[in-house]
Design a protein around this ligand. Structure first.
Ligand SMILES: C[S@@+](CC[C@H](N)C(=O)[O-])C[C@H]1O[C@@H](n2cnc3c(N)ncnc32)[C@H](O)[C@@H]1O
Length: 213
């Protein structure tokens, strides 16, 4: 198991003085962050006013929560999890919402089951790990998200359909087709690959009603 808390603490400490919240958690700006949230929300089948549970893995400052509220999901119960205790504390202090909770975790096993499991931006910074190590890390987490989710899982990853000369060696890029095929083969037959939103990443949505055990 990778010690992500150690690995990420310097990375996010460097960004803590940024003025914009989205930049503090590593996005270029709020627009970029919201664009990813919009894709995750495509996984939600519940009606706007319905009650359901969301687990946000790698919640950062918890900004998916106000996004969901603004999208009309007024009764969604939100649980944000992050490997960095400082992130979780800052998120809890900022978001005063009776239906939200924030928790530091060391391992995905600590995440409670939910209707929807989301992860935005958590697979991008590879922390100097070799491809095989990071690929396995991603697979372990995605498998666990599927096991914990009653309705759907959605996560994003950087795409190899990006300009090669503008890629950052510290980030992890994946062939979206290969990721889609792995999800379809190993996890569930209901897979959507969303690569139509004008960014250098893609989003995968897995419907877990028919998940393979
Ligand atoms: C790029 S930030 C995005 C934060 C948030 N999802 C957002 O979009 O605003 C990634 C966050 O995920 C956390 N993280 C990365 N891998 C994680 C994991 N396996 N489990 C829990 N948190 C993780 C990091 O500590 C960081 O706070």
């Amino acid at each position: 198991m990778l010690d992500l808390s150690m690995e990420y603490s310097a990375y996010y400490a460097e960004r803590a003085s940024e003025r914009e919240r989205a930049r503090q958690v590593g996005w270029r700006d709020e627009r970029a962050q919201l664009a990813r949230f919009g894709q995750l929300a495509r996984a939600i089948d519940h009606a706007a006013g319905a009650a359901f549970d969301v687990a946000d893995i790698g919640c950062g400052l918890g900004d998916l929560l106000p996004f969901l509220r603004a999208a009309g999901f007024s009764r969604a119960r939100y649980a944000g999890y992050d490997v960095l205790p400082g992130m979780v504390e800052a998120a809890a202090a900022h978001h005063r919402d009776p239906d939200a909770a924030f928790r530091p975790i060391r391992d995905i096993a600590e995440v409670a089951p939910a209707d929807y499991c989301f992860a935005s931006g958590i697979f991008n910074a590879r922390n100097d790990h070799a491809d095989e190590v990071w690929e396995e890390h991603v697979r372990v987490i995605v498998r666990a998200m599927v096991a914990k989710s009653r309705c759907a899982v959605a996560f994003n990853m950087l795409s190899t359909y990006s300009d090669e000369d503008r890629r950052d060696a510290s980030l992890f890029y994946v062939d979206p087709g290969a990721m889609f095929a792995w999800c379809k083969r190993e996890l569930t037959s209901d897979v959507a690959l969303l690569h139509d939103y004008g960014h250098w990443d893609f989003t995968i949505v897995l419907r877990t009603g028919g998940a393979k055990s």
